[in-house]
Design a protein around this ligand. Structure first.
Ligand code: NIG
Ligand code: FE
Length: 423
């Protein structure tokens, strides 16, 4: 039936707004509790944006006599914002299941990387893959993420390293942005590893002199839209000085700074990010106390990645310390050939158990704060009138089941709605 509105979600047991006063992130005291309505309904307009949220009887009166393309009875169920995955590497060819076996047998991430495996292995295969092949595998991966409740995802390039392959990856991400239902924040990560035969300084020069001017040109022509710039700032990869030069140049061409820092060694990446006005820094297992304070002051968000610490048996990032100091904490799956996880509910569960976050903090980190880390919290990350109609409906009367349950989320997540469209 053609109707005036797209969707009416009726009479949910709980509607988890996350925040209700237009907050762009949640930190400190604001994280004690989330805004939750009981017995509420929600309307999404045909434009894909949220039109109304309120007590079921009020919404019923307000919209009586109006027509909807779809009405879903949400009795006994919960509505939550679509999940936001703030860190993924989803475009690649070259499975590394064999490396998982090596790691289980005791090899470290850096040992495998330095022996020519790891990122290098994936780079070789990604260079050989066709654009169509990369798009098909990306599409499948993004579908898996959507089924697990993700409606906005950050997608990095970074398995090309040379300009040609980096652009191929960014074109694949651009195609996904235009053709698929999931929201995408695109990240240029040409400094993911130092190409064989080059020093970090030479690789940084190539990026600054050749890659970034090309990205600027393609952005101006409207061919490829890139949101963020990333560097793997790590001992034996990009040092602090090369990282600084690349990020500064990226910022100068209009990209948000969002990079890998302080993961395996303390690098003072957090201090650098705060100084450069970074929107976010990922990993931070080895961040210093000063770095934490600097990030809180600069409102530079921390994207924590529980799957990586778990998979590589690293020490956990100090989520509690960051939260106590007022850092804006976000979460990401870090989906990549090293951390093969599509599921933000699993990520939230790990964040609670291994990093000692509360369920409230974990949900905020996987919604409004992850949207903040991508510079999109004015349109995404919470259920508020005027925001994008990205939401999930779970078959449980308490929202916490999304985190409490360990695996098997396809049955729990009954509906995923992205841009107002039922997936
Ligand atoms: O975030 N640390 C660097 N990048 C990825 C790993 C990429 C890979 O191993 O392919 C990460 O964990
Ligand atoms: Fe990563």
């Amino acid at each position: 039936m053609a109707g005036g509105h797209s969707l009416l979600l009726e009479n949910a047991q709980q509607v988890v707004l996350v925040c209700a006063r237009g907050e762009r992130f949640l930190a400190r005291d604001a994280l004690r509790s989330l805004a939750v309505l009981e017995g509420a309904s929600l309307v999404v307009g045909k434009d894909g944006f949220i039109k109304a949220i309120g007590p079921a009887d009020v919404i019923q009166r307000q919209f009586s006599g109006e027509t909807f393309e779809e009405i879903i009875d949400c009795s006994g169920k919960c509505i939550l914002p679509g999940l936001v995955d703030a860190h993924t590497h989803p475009v690649w060819a070259g499975e590394r299941v064999h490396e998982f076996a090596m790691k289980l047998a005791g090899a470290t991430y850096m040992e495998i990387h330095q022996a020519g495996g790891g990122i290098h292995f994936t780079v070789e295969r990604t260079r050989q893959a066709s654009e169509e092949e990369l798009f098909r595998s990306l599409q499948q991966r993004l579908q898996c993420m959507m089924r697990a409740g993700t409606t906005l995802v950050e997608c990095k390039s970074g398995y090309g390293l040379d300009l040609e392959t980096e652009l191929k990856m960014l074109r694949v991400i651009e195609r996904a942005r235009r053709e698929l239902d999931i929201g995408i924040s695109a990240t240029y990560c040409g400094a993911h590893s130092v190409p064989k035969g080059k020093t970090a300084t030479e690789a940084a020069d190539d990026i600054i002199n050749n890659h970034l001017p090309k990205l600027k040109e393609l952005g101006r022509n409207g061919e490829i839209h890139v949101d963020n710039i990333d560097v793997f700032c790590e001992k034996g990869v990009f040092d602090l000085d090369s990282t600084r030069r690349i990020l500064q140049r990226g910022k100068a061409i209009g990209l948000q700074i969002n990079f890998h820092g302080d993961e395996l060694h303390p690098m003072k990446a957090a201090e650098l990010g705060a100084e450069l006005g970074a929107q976010a820094i990922s990993h931070l297992e080895e961040v210093s106390d000063e770095g934490i304070v600097a990030m809180a002051t600069a409102r530079c968000s921390a994207i924590l990645l529980p799957t990586t610490a778990y998979m590589l048996r690293l020490k956990q990032p100090r989520a509690r310390k960051m939260l106590d100091e007022g850092v804006i904490v976000a979460l990401g799956s870090d989906f990549n050939p090293n951390a093969y996880c599509f599921s933000m509910p699993m990520v939230m569960h790990l964040a609670c158990v291994n990093m000692r976050m509360s369920m409230t903090e974990a949900l905020a980190a996987a919604t409004i704060n992850a949207a903040y880390a991508l510079g999109k919290s004015h349109t995404h990350g919470s259920l508020e009138v005027g925001k994008q109609g990205d939401l999930i409906i779970i078959n449980s009367s308490r929202w916490e089941h999304l985190i409490y349950q360990f695996g098997g989320h396809h049955e729990l997540i009954e509906y995923v709605i992205a841009k107002g469209k039922l997936i």
